[in-house]
Write a new protein. Sequence first.
Length: 100
Amino acid sequence: WPQMLARSSRFEYFTLGVIMLNALWIGFDVDQNTADSLPEAPPLHQVMENLFCLYFTFEIVVRSCAFRYKRHALKDPQFLFDSSLLVLMILETWVVYVMV
């Protein structure tokens, strides 16, 4: 099922929509959020950041499961780029949250 979902145009368009919504949210967050870190941010900002991080984690897991041979994921530049962005997002959203 992961390969079917990863190849689905609905999944692709939904993910593009989430990416656009995330870009808009980042603009709103920069203007409205005066906190220095996520734990100090208003609850709405914390919830939104966690939802985006959760969805992008789900997306990468689905895409990685869609590879028949997992080593092929290491040869896909788009997958590697998206994975590196996700690692940074997880560090910023969840790891820093635990450390603060």
